[in-house]
Write a new protein. Structure first.
Ligand SMILES: O=C(O)c1cc(=O)[nH]c(=O)n1[C@@H]1O[C@H](COP(=O)(O)O)[C@@H](O)[C@H]1O
Length: 248
């Protein structure tokens, strides 16, 4: 049984190795996984992912692959060979893309005796709302309908889980398998700014709704005391997990 702190993923959205390692050292074991995204990866390359793994922390490499199946499958093989624990692709890349990525990652993990990474399909970005989805992107239907459709496609394709906003967790828990992992960014404690996130909930609400992991960036990394902010969030997550148990 994972503790609340093991279910907290901290997004290292910074530009340099030094800034990233300062946060990693400040938080230490007060989070389960560090997320390296396109900002940090494109600034300093794979070296930072390898360095954090060498320090003994799991890394979620969030590069959100979205390309033809062969290209994404090969990229999935590469990131697996680096020893990442989780990585992302866009569910809207389609079933074949997701299935081949999951297959290649599993094959590479076997070949290199690495752990099999959790492949996560991003459904509808948490920065989008009903209006941007329908009017800008041109996807018909509600956000919830689209998240659920893409989540089902991801499950059929054989990836391990999805990324969705906390507001869809109840729906996903109802319709997806119980072992299908739900990772939720767009998490905002009452004391933090929403920034560019549109579909938010507090850490307590997201855990009570049934999230497996929360992704939190700025409320921790931009806090005056990141370790203290992480501890406050973990306490809120614990309360949410306790509520979930009494509901089940
Ligand atoms: O894939 C993600 O991690 C992701 C998907 C999504 O829909 N929304 C989203 O915010 N994220 C990531 O989650 C993190 C959220 O950071 P904060 O908004 O600073 O807490 C960022 O690193 C985003 O790239």
């Amino acid at each position: 049984m994972l503790l609340a702190k093991d279910r907290l993923i901290v997004a290292l959205d910074v530009d340099s190795r030094e800034e990233a390692l300062t946060i990693v050292k400040a938080l230490g074991n007060n989070c389960g996984t560090f997320k390296v995204g396109m900002q940090l990866h494109n600034s300093v390359g794979f070296a930072i992912t390898e360095e954090i793994i060498a320090l003994g922390y799991p890394v979620f490499l969030d590069l959100k692959f979205h390309d033809i199946p062969n290209t994404v499958a090969k990229a999935s093989s590469v990131v697996t060979s680096k020893g990442v624990s989780m990585f992302t692709l866009h569910a809207s890349g389609g079933k074949a893309m997701m299935a081949q990525a999951a297959e290649e990652a599993a094959k590479k993990a076997d070949l290199t005796a690495r752990q099999k990474p959790l492949v996560l399909a991003v459904t509808i970005l948490t920065s989008m709302n009903q209006q941007t989805l329908n009017e800008e992107v041109g996807m018909a239907g509600s956000v919830e309908q689209n998240v659920l459709r893409l989540a089902r496609l991801a499950e059929e394709a054989g990836v391990g889980g999805i990324v969705a906003s906390p507001q869809e967790i109840h729906l996903l828990r109802e319709h997806c398998g119980k072992d299908f992992i739900i990772v939720t960014p767009g998490v905002r404690p009452q004391w933090a700014d929403a920034n560019d996130q549109a579909r938010t909930m507090t850490p307590q609400e997201a855990m009570a709704a049934g999230a497996d992991y929360l992704v939190v960036g700025r409320p921790i990394t931009k806090a005056a005391d990141p370790a203290q902010a992480a501890l406050r969030i973990i306490e809120e997550m614990e309360k949410g997990m306790a509520q979930r148990k009494t509901h089940q």
